[in-house]
Unconditional design. Structure first.
Length: 483
């Protein structure tokens, strides 16, 4: 320290501790979002004020804190370390490692509550994020930089859909960040094991704040996940962030608000929960070339109660995202998995991000499927249908067969193009349900083994090359002859 220099630190005193919220008198010059340090080393985050007190959220356990302890203000905003060293790691809300692999080397420090990029910093979304879920990629295409809500009742496959999308990003260059909020430890262990089994763990970051974690951690963890994603986006990378789930995040914030003595609003949620989630969702997007051209796609997940999408949190999230994927418990109980209700699901980006080959083949597929579902209801009330009606039923049944997909088995884009091409040619209409299922499972590997050049022609092609169509026709003929 240089002689003659004077350092001034403002301090206050703890008046009351209520769970994760500490009330402090003094600190007259601190601001919302500023960090404070308690005498025993724990840090806190200023969440607000009332007439005579500063309200601080604990960023640690703080078990030894007592009323009367001193608190010092820190001349810095709330920042967390970010960098490439976080890939393959499991970290907490402060980006501290939880996997026992040692300290993570940081490339930079980012403000956890940074402002979203302005419209002038962004460009229109133009590239497709291939989820590997056939019903989504064909009928509800998602662009890189989009905010797509996954919504439905408990136990309808929302997490599975997000996990399969993450698995499908392996070897694509898309960096995935999975944020677990308020879940149980057994489910989290299973999630990590799934990512490890599919070899995607080393190119992603996992941030858990499970149900047993302090309420402050559950509140902060989605903002930490978005902050990590922003580092990679600024580096020109494509990023996918999954928030699983924001319903539990809203519960955590409601609990904090009660401790902060803020008045409850609709469904007992604090009035600013909309602003909180909107501020988070706005950080997704695609940056201009001058800023590196990176993108950040958000998959927020939300629960509904008995299919009621008019609840406060679901309607909030629907209004601030670019579309929703609705999973139906009725479809799930019928065995249609993933149980995506195409009638209630939408992507506002539309099919403009789809490769032209997929766009041409999947055109009118959603409409044909929805008509089939309507016709299916009619068969329960009447009998003795015409041959034309029965033919359309068989046609729709084959669409449903294509859309049914096993868990943790995402479908490459080339496989989807082959299946939809066979469907358009009417190849599947003459097959029984069992034969169609066998065809769906085996045709892609058959073409991989016997005509791998087809996949090279289809992959990355804007148009569907005629040469590829001829080769697929030959493969289909040989496949059925061999069968």
């Amino acid at each position: 320290m240089q002689s003659g220099m004077v350092f001034v630190r403002e301090f206050g005193v703890i008046r009351e501790i209520k769970g994760a919220i500490v009330k402090i008198v003094g600190l007259d010059s601190c601001m919302t979002g500023q960090l404070v340090s308690f005498s025993e080393g724990t840090k806190g985050f200023v969440m607000g004020f009332d007439d005579s007190e500063v309200l601080v959220l604990l960023l640690g356990q703080g078990r030894s804190l007592r009323a009367g302890d001193r608190v010092f203000s820190l001349p810095e905003p709330f920042r967390v370390p970010v960098g490439y060293g976080f890939l393959g790691r499991i970290v907490n809300h402060l980006c501290e490692p939880l996997d026992g692999k040692g300290k993570v080397r940081a490339d930079d420090f980012y403000d956890i509550f940074s402002q979203a990029h302005s419209v002038l910093d962004r460009v229109p979304i133009s590239d497709m994020l291939v989820t590997g879920i056939r019903s989504i990629d064909s009928s509800i295409p998602i662009g890189k930089g989009q905010r797509q809500l996954i919504i439905g009742d408990r136990m309808t496959g929302k997490t599975t859909l997000a996990v399969d999308t993450v698995i499908n990003q392996k070897d694509t260059g898309v960096i995935c960040i999975y944020c677990c909020i308020g879940g149980d430890f057994a489910s989290f262990e299973s999630l990590v094991a799934t990512f490890k089994r599919h070899g995607i763990l080393d190119s992603m970051v996992i941030l858990p704040a499970l149900g047993a974690a302090p309420i402050g951690e559950q509140y902060l963890i989605p903002f930490t996940a978005a902050t990590l994603g922003e580092f990679f986006m600024h580096a020109g990378k494509d990023v996918l962030v999954v928030f699983d789930d924001l319903t539990k995040h809203a519960w955590a914030y409601r609990e904090l608000s009660l401790l902060l003595e803020r008045p409850p609003g609709r469904e007992a949620y604090p009035g600013d929960i909309f602003h909180l989630h909107a501020q988070l969702m706005e950080r997704a997007g695609k940056l201009s070339g001058e800023l590196g051209g990176g993108s950040m796609t958000f998959f927020p997940i939300a629960d509904t109660l008995q299919g009621d999408i008019a609840g406060f949190i679901p309607t909030n999230l629907i209004s601030m995202t670019d579309g929703q994927i609705y999973l139906s418990s009725a479809l799930f109980s019928e065995g249609f998995k993933p149980a995506i209700d195409l009638g209630l699901s939408v992507s506002r980006i539309g099919n403009r991000v789809q490769p032209k080959a997929l766009k041409d083949l999947a055109k009118d597929l959603e409409l044909a499927y929805l008509q089939y579902r309507s016709m299916l209801k009619a068969t329960r009330l009447e009998s003795g249908f015409s041959e034309d009606f029965a033919s359309r039923l068989r046609h729709g049944e084959k669409i449903e067969q294509i859309f049914i997909q096993d868990k943790n088995s995402p479908s490459p884009l080339e496989e989807q193009v082959i299946l939809y091409y066979a469907f358009k040619r009417g190849v599947l209409d003459v097959l029984s349900w069992e034969k169609c299922s066998e065809f769906k499972q085996k045709i892609f590997s058959y073409i991989q083994d016997n005509a791998p050049e087809v996949l090279r022609l289809v992959k990355g092609a804007d148009q569907f090359p005629l040469e590829a169509q001829r080769k697929i026709n030959d493969c289909l003929i040989r496949f059925f002859r061999a069968g």
